[in-house]
Ligand binder design. Structure first.
Ligand code: SF4
Length: 513
């Protein structure tokens, strides 16, 4: 049983209160915690009879933008020893902020800051997401499993394979059905996997009828024990188009083997434009348009995401009436350039493999050089629900409208998000742009993610915000908040913009204030 699963077992909201225990009410589990101990999620503890958020509140310094710590930890009650001048480039994240649960109270921090003459307010809270999951992009040609196949961790279903993208296989993991709609074990395994993926840790996934894949955000996937190195340069047809001129005069025919679209240079439009001669080649597969073939094989772990290890298996008889002749040369290559072979037709018009000629090395190398490194990408997707929105304003729909109207800028741990159009606040963020270790969990089960809403102060007041709760950055640095945890300063990532200038201009353009 994982450490996380044990925690689910040992903490029960129905546990009897003992005199020296105090109750944490930061989530529906409502742990009773003894002095010196932490609750089920490890995020809150009983320190001397008070509920304390155990991780420090993280403040990003965009003036530093190094990623390295610039200000040491500051314990509760100690003075902040960093300079207190408002640079306008400091951002109070929700990492370590605490939550608004049980919904009715304002967010833990509502921060004011003047940036370039504009009064801004950032509402900062750690959201509890029962409705959340991750979308995983795995850069590989290899077939990791059929669409809709179940993805499992430790035997439990946590998601499924979804539609592939250009050069990548895609997984959809988590979601409320796996978190809360199945067995307890399924919910725990799902929560555990999502937490680790969001915190950039490796997770081993097994796919029904497919492969075992180790996914770690920002790292190459490991498929059935083999690390993937390259992401395809394009489909077989695109590869033909890109490199047809390189092969001209060096070889009579080129086939780029691809599970999706296998390309044949002599028939392809690119080859025709360049004056490529017919070769009498026959591809076993479904011809789409000239020089482009579908379904030359079943999907698999072989050449170009097919199941084949011998590329000749996709060729039929060569036709002398259409150009086949003894000595005709043939290059077969995969979409990443990792597999390649050279053949010449014998007197019976059968291809015979020959040593790979020096003259073609450069073109195969060029395909490899044009491939990008294969990586795993993990996007957290969550819906901001009741407790989150009520912590921002007394009239939660106003926040939704403000986000959709682009007058509120949403971040997760300071990282910009994509907010889906349509109803609600459904956001998506690349976990590698969020500071490490920013995600947590509660055993309901649900994920905890930092979320910040930034908007002009006058807009905030107008949408029914908690004006009386607004505090300055300096005050927060110096005094902290309800959960008595220390503050920690760290350099911000240069790729996460702050202040959100474009957003501010748009807000100003809307005539607010
Ligand atoms: S699980 Fe964590 S947040 Fe929830 S009540 Fe227990 S200690 Fe508090």
């Amino acid at each position: 049983m994982s450490e996380l699963a044990e925690r689910f077992e040992t903490h029960d909201p129905g546990e009897k209160q003992v005199a020296e225990k105090i109750r944490c009410d930061a989530c529906p589990v409502m742990c009773y915690i003894s002095d010196g101990r932490t609750g089920a999620c490890d995020r809150y503890g009983n320190v001397g009879g008070r509920i304390v958020r155990m991780d420090p509140l993280t403040i990003l310094d965009h003036a530093a933008e190094t990623g390295a710590a610039v200000v040491p930890f500051v314990a509760e009650g100690e003075a902040w020893d960093g300079e207190l001048v408002n640079t306008g480039r400091r951002f109070v994240t929700a990492i370590g902020a605490g939550t608004t649960y049980p919904d009715y109270k304002p967010a833990p921090f509502i921060v004011s800051q003047q940036v370039e003459g504009v009064d801004l307010v950032t509402v900062v809270t750690e959201g509890i997401f029962s409705y959340c999951g991750v979308k995983v992009k795995i850069d590989t040609d290899r077939h990791i499993g059929p669409e809709t196949a179940t993805v499992r961790v430790a035997g439990e279903a946590i998601g499924h394979v979804t539609t592939g993208e250009y050069g990548s296989q895609m997984l959809s993991l988590g979601g409320v059905h796996h978190l809360t709609g199945g067995s307890k074990a399924e919910g725990r395994a799902t929560c555990d996997a999502l937490l680790n993926l969001c915190n950039r840790k490796p997770v081993e996934l097994t796919i029904d009828g497919g492969a075992t894949v180790i996914v770690e955000a920002g790292k190459p996937p490991v498929i059935d024990g083999k690390p993937e190195h390259r992401m395809r340069v394009g489909c077989g047809s695109a590869t033909i188009g890109m490199f047809a001129t390189q092969w001209r005069g060096l070889v009579d025919e080129v086939v780029v083997v691809d599970d999706h679209i296998t390309g044949v240079v002599s028939e392809h439009q690119a080859g025709k434009v360049l004056g490529w001669q017919d070769t009498g080649i026959k591809i076993i597969g479904r011809r789409s348009t000239p020089g482009r073939y579908f379904k030359v094989s079943e999907p698999g772990l072989g050449w170009g995401g097919t199941s084949i290890s011998d590329p000749l298996s996709i060729l039929g008889e060569w036709n002398a009436k259409k150009g086949a002749r003894p000595g005709l040369s043939l290059l077969m290559v995969s979409t990443t350039g990792e597999q390649f072979a050279y053949y010449e037709l014998d007197d019976q018009l059968k291809p015979v493999q020959k040593p790979f000629p020096e003259r073609l090395q450069k073109s195969v190398g060029l395909i490899e050089d044009n491939c990008e490194p294969a990586l795993c990408t993990v996007l957290f997707v969550g819906g901001a629900g009741g407790s989150l929105r009520a912590g921002v304003t007394e009239n939660p729909v106003n926040l939704t409208r403000s986000v959709q109207g682009l007058t509120t800028y949403v971040t997760v741990g300071g990282a910009p998000v994509y907010v889906w159009p349509g109803g609600g606040i459904t956001l998506m963020v690349d976990v590698v742009s969020v500071p490490e270790g920013a995600f947590g969990y509660v055993p309901t089960p649900a994920l905890v993610a930092p979320i910040e809403f930034t908007l002009r102060r006058d807009d905030y007041v107008r949408l029914g915000g908690y004006e009386a709760e607004i505090r300055s950055v300096e005050d927060i640095l110096a005094k902290g908040g309800e959960y008595l945890n220390p503050r920690r300063g760290t350099g911000a990532s240069a790729s996460n913009p702050w202040p959100p200038l474009a957003q501010l201009r748009r807000a100003a353009g809307n005539g607010a204030g």
